[in-house]
Design a protein around this ligand. Structure first.
Ligand SMILES: NC(=O)c1ccc[n+]([C@@H]2O[C@H](COP(=O)([O-])OP(=O)(O)OC[C@H]3O[C@@H](n4cnc5c(N)ncnc54)[C@H](O)[C@@H]3O)[C@@H](O)[C@H]2O)c1
Length: 325
């Protein structure tokens, strides 16, 4: 029997989670509309998985995908602040409506647990660091508002209908399957691609903004722990990150070092950025307190930023065509 459904399973985080589950012999079903997910993320997954192609906003498709499932990892969303600023309706539709459809289908299908991919963007620009889950939220973009609203739905479904739920507030996740190609790509895949091609990446702002970058293995591990903990989950919101912050300028320096150390670029190559004005909706600083996740399901950081960057760089290097000049 298939025990796990991953919505957004063709995406970066969803397919990494699928890989981890399949490699331990679990059976997995994936629901994805391939709006930002990639078929290549599903190629070579280690084991049998079922694929339902369709949208989480369609109750009929979701009911079909969720049949017989015990645990749902709900990753599907339009995962970009910038895209939500451009197209708020689409972002909120996939976020709030899609999550309501998934939760409601889970309720009717007798799903035991739903684990929701929430986002640190819900905090907004609160100046206090580290960010603790008890702080008031002040989201700055439709994406962040949508993620915050979804957390409330996730909590309410636990209290109204008795489904076990939890929201994992991911901070900036990075790793090998992340898409560098989109104009909305996250900063690390963009920087790595630029380093390999010896081009100048763009930094919006002065580069001193900080993020709590979290290697994908940590995020996957948090999901697996949340799925398997014997503790009852009742809609809690917990940060999932590394509790370490790095500025974009520091990130650039580390990646420059990694590129030289691996021989990907000459020893005298310098990775320098083009600086552009700050983007609307972006937060200045981000750093997580991760004690709630430690307490709730014994979350521990497995891979720190430097090792994560080395592993991501190595993976990107194998498939990034070098274009110089
Ligand atoms: N990557 C991060 O740093 C980060 C940080 C915080 C939260 N998150 C959240 O984690 C989740 C996964 O993000 P990701 O980085 O893997 O992004 P991704 O774009 O790689 O994955 C999202 C997946 O959802 C699918 N999808 C989108 N709309 C859908 C719909 N209506 N129906 C079915 N499938 C749909 C996409 O095709 C894609 O496969 C998202 O909910 C995102 O908001 C990510």
């Amino acid at each position: 029997m298939v025990k796990y459904l991953i919505t957004g399973g063709a995406g970066f985080i969803g397919s990494s989670l699928a890989e981890a589950l399949l490699s331990t012999g679990e059976r997995v079903r994936i629901l994805d509309d391939f709006s930002s997910g990639r078929r290549q993320n599903l190629e070579g997954l280690p084991g049998h998985f079922e694929l339902v192609e369709g949208s989480i906003v369609d109750p009929v498709t979701v009911a079909r995908a969720i049949k017989g499932i015990e645990v749902v990892f709900h990753e599907a969303a339009i995962p970009s602040v910038a895209r939500s600023v451009e197209n708020p309706e689409a972002s909120v539709l996939a976020g709030v409506q899609g999550t309501t459809v998934v939760l409601n289908a889970a309720r009717h299908a007798g799903v035991r647990r739903v684990i929701f991919a929430a986002s640190s963007s819900a905090y907004g620009n609160t100046p206090t660091l580290p960010k603790v889950e008890t702080m008031p939220s002040f989201p700055l973009s439709p994406y962040a508002v949508s993620k915050f609203a979804c957390e409330q739905l996730v909590r309410v479904f636990a209290s109204l209908y008795g489904i076990e739920t939890v929201s994992l507030r991911y901070f900036n996740v990075f790793g090998p399957r992340q898409d560098p190609g989109s104009e909305y790509a996250a900063v690390i895949p963009k920087f790595i691609t630029a380093a390999i091609r010896q081009q100048r990446p763009t930094i919006f702002g002065d580069g001193e903004q900080t993020r709590d970058f979290c290697f994908i293995d940590n995020t996957v591990s948090a999901n697996l722990l949340a799925a398997s903990t014997p503790n009852k989950l009742s809609g809690e919101v917990v940060n999932v990150a590394c509790a370490e912050r790095t500025s974009l300028n520091q990130l650039l320096r580390i990646l420059g070092d990694v590129a030289i150390a691996t021989g990907a670029v000459p020893a005298n190559a310098r990775l320098e950025a083009d600086y552009k004005p700050t983007r609307q909706g972006d937060v200045r600083d981000s750093l997580a307190d991760i004690s709630a996740a430690q307490k709730l399901f014994n979350y521990q950081v497995k891979v720190r930023i430097r090792e994560g960057l080395e592993r991501t760089f190595a993976a990107f290097r194998t498939f990034t065509p070098v274009v110089t000049g």
